[in-house]
Design a protein around this ligand. Sequence first.
Ligand code: HEC
Length: 140
Amino acid sequence: MKTKLLIGLLGVITGSTALAEARIYKPHSATTNPAVVVKLHEAMGRLESHFLDLEDGYTGGKIDTDRIQASLNRMEESRREIQGIVPDREWQIPLGSLSSQIRAVRKSADRKDAAQLRKDIDGLYDACFRCHATEAPRRY
Ligand code: HEC
């Protein structure tokens, strides 16, 4: 459900690729630089595909621990990459919540705790959207 919503929103976002239009979020340093915006979008796209892969590791109540852990590793890599692209102080808190939520998912997947895993994956998704809501409010 949430994945569909995410994809729907992505359609809206990626449908309008003009950079001038993309730079309508909070104008703090890095994200107003067009070259940085391009890199950020690429890294976010990767983060998104790892997230979808993570969801695929938990379908129909079945938990594919290996697949989930592999997607989480890649998400953490993308997260670090994003931190390198936008090292701004303002991003430390939202990128930190992303990281702690990645760890929460890791734990519940290891324990094969299906109900908790669902909650933690939803929490991870919320960590994406909380940042989008503050950093790109007019687009999400
Ligand atoms: C620290 C803040 C932050 C976090 C956390 C974050 N994003 Fe983003 N994301 C952004 C910003 C800023 C943009 C650029 C929005 C714009 O173009 O106006 C963006 C854009 C995107 C895009 C669109 C890229 C494009 O090509 O237009 C996708 C997809 C995306 N994010 C996915 C995710 C997913 C999935 C997560 C969580 C796993 C996530 N993001 C977490 C800040 C964040």
